[in-house]
Design a protein around this ligand. Structure first.
Ligand code: PEP
Length: 255
């Protein structure tokens, strides 16, 4: 049995006061879902304030991005070691906004995953197809190409232990449109099979999150799918009530 994880991606929203209040509100509700892992990924500059608000709680702290480099003259970058030092346990790598707006390549994304793994962080590798790719029937090929740099890495089996993959169809991110449970399950199953081809042990315990307009109203049916192990939540993570209603849906997967 894989423990469901519900992870909030706050993106570039809020102020220090907003971040503190949101973290405290999530923390206050988190005890109600002991069977679900919960985490939040605030903007970098809010990590210390959120770390303080979550200190001693069961809500994990994550970052939204990380440098592929360890240390040095990389102006504007944040290393995995710095994130660890701030109390982060998780970090997103290859979110579609990073790939699309900031032109991160699949190879660079895996370098970031390696940097996170090396520092002892749990990397959450995001993959997903665009609407045009889905309509062209190339979803599986696109996902396979995004996973290839990881699966082809000489240390793939070790890198996959404890790692998390988030399937986020680009057409569903922030659009209000969600993949149907059957559409999402099909891709999650494909991802698990691809991983099993390289690391069968890791594939069984690999948590694959679904992301893309998950809301309290659609979370239960998505999380009911056998290969969906929780969610990566954007917009709905900015309201503690919605985020925790989604966590409640994940809790019902276990019972
Ligand atoms: C995301 O950006 O990771 C995401 C899933 O966003 P939303 O839930 O708003 O679609």
């Amino acid at each position: 049995m894989r423990t469901p994880l519900v992870l909030g991606n706050w993106k570039m929203h809020g102020s220090q006061a907003f971040a503190r209040a949101l973290a405290e509100a999530v923390r206050a509700r988190a005890e109600a879902f002991p069977g679900v892992e919960l985490g939040v990924c605030p903007p970098y500059v809010m990590l210390p304030i959120v770390a303080k608000a979550l200190d001693g709680s069961r809500v994990a702290l994550g970052a939204q991005n990380v440098s592929e480099f360890g240390e040095g003259a990389y102006t504007g970058e944040i290393s995995a070691g710095m994130l660890k030092d701030l109390g982060c346990t998780h970090v997103l790598v290859g979110h579609f906004e990073r790939r699309q707006i900031f032109a991160e390549s699949p190879v660079q994304v895996v370098q970031k995953l390696v940097a996170a793994h090396t520092a002892g962080l749990v990397p959450v590798l995001c993959v997903g197809e665009t609407l045009a790719e889905r309509q062209a029937g190339t979803t599986s090929r696109v996902i396979e190409a995004q996973l290839q740099p990881l699966l082809g890495h000489p240390e793939a089996a070790a890198l996959l232990v404890g790692a998390i993959i988030a399937y986020e169809p680009v057409w569903a991110i922030g659009t209000g449109e969600t993949a149907s449970p059957a559409q999402a399950q099909a891709v999650h199953q494909d991802i698990r099979k691809l991983v099993a081809g390289r690391a069968p042990e890791a594939a069984r315990s690999l948590r694959i999150l679904y992301g893309g307009s998950v809301k309290p109203g659609n979370a239960t049916e998505l999380f009911a799918m056998p290969d969906i192990d929780g969610g990566l939540i954007g917009g709905a993570a900015l309201k503690a009530e919605d985020f925790c209603a989604i966590a409640e849906a994940a809790a019902s997967k276990r019972s």
